[in-house]
Design a protein around this ligand. Structure first.
Ligand code: ADP
Length: 255
């Protein structure tokens, strides 16, 4: 683990040069996995995560089926090589907790009642971790669900806010996350209905409401990028190329 920095804010800027309300750069690639029904690769600062969605598909074993709705299953996993010290492979308390809260972040938005007896499986693999992996995983999963065509009331957008050197800041980097005074991951719908809210550390009620407002602005920015990624992909995949356009118009005809 890196050492605790003496100060997190120098001349009004954070250690990586960001201002208090600035996100790390986000890069999104939709459908990188052709074997999943939907997928998304997302980089957020130095985080790298892959999300894959399967379903709705019949749930086995059958005794786990719900007669009235789909069962959502979410598996968050950190690859052994995702951090400096190799992590022991397999589930641990942290990954079980993150899988649970991430699933609960989607249950209110997915129309599970349309798909009785089925499972909707979401897998998030963290390839490189640098703080904020649960929120990165949720953003990628949201796009993978949309890519799989699963009907949802809204995309879910997530980011963390926190407190360092007494200041409320958006999107904690590793040192801020590990040694800061508070870490608050938040996920919400486009209508600002909160589907995930956790808090590690201490905030006064006033600080908490300030942090929540900052999280809302962060989630709005993330939503803009998610929306843009979807629109660009489907625009490109289904754009009418010039040859098609000519044949549609009868221009290719030999007659
Ligand atoms: P999040 O990634 O959602 O911020 P945490 O606050 O639990 O979740 O973790 C913060 C960061 O600490 C992670 O992104 C990762 O960089 C690091 N980390 C978490 N667990 C481990 C671990 N077992 N070994 C090494 N680093 C870890």
């Amino acid at each position: 683990m890196s050492e605790r920095p003496e100060r997190f804010i120098i001349d009004g800027k954070r250690l990586d040069g960001r201002s208090f309300d600035e996100l790390r750069p986000i890069k999104i690639e939709l459908s990188p996995l052709d074997r999943a029904d939907g997928s998304c690769y997302l980089e957020w600062g130095r985080n790298k995560v892959m999300a894959a969605v399967y379903g709705p598909r019949e749930l086995h074993p059958r005794h786990r089926q719900n007669m009235t709705r789909a069962v959502m299953q979410f598996r968050y996993n950190m690859a052994s090589f995702s951090v400096d010290d190799r992590i022991r492979p397999g589930h641990n308390r942290r990954s079980i907790e993150i899988s649970k809260v991430s699933r609960e972040a989607f249950e209110p938005v997915v129309f599970t009642k349309f798909f009785p007896k089925t499972a909707i499986d979401v897998f998030v693999e963290v390839l490189r971790a640098d703080a904020g992996t649960r929120t990165a995983g949720i953003n990628a999963a949201s796009l993978a669900l949309a890519d799989a065509g699963i009907p949802m009331r809204s995309l879910v957008s997530a980011c963390a806010v926190g407190k360092v050197d007494g200041e409320i800041v958006l999107d904690l980097m590793k040192e801020e996350d590990n040694y800061g005074e508070a870490d608050v991951p938040v996920a919400m719908t486009v209508g600002e209905e909160i589907t995930l809210l956790q808090m590690d550390g201490h905030l006064t009620p006033k600080e908490f409401y300030k942090a929540l407002e900052l999280a809302k602005s962060g989630c709005r920015q993330v939503y803009g990028l998610q929306r843009q990624a979807l629109v660009e992909k489907y625009n490109k995949d289904y754009s009418v190329d010039e040859d098609d356009a000519r044949s549609d118009a009868g221009g290719d005809s030999d007659e």
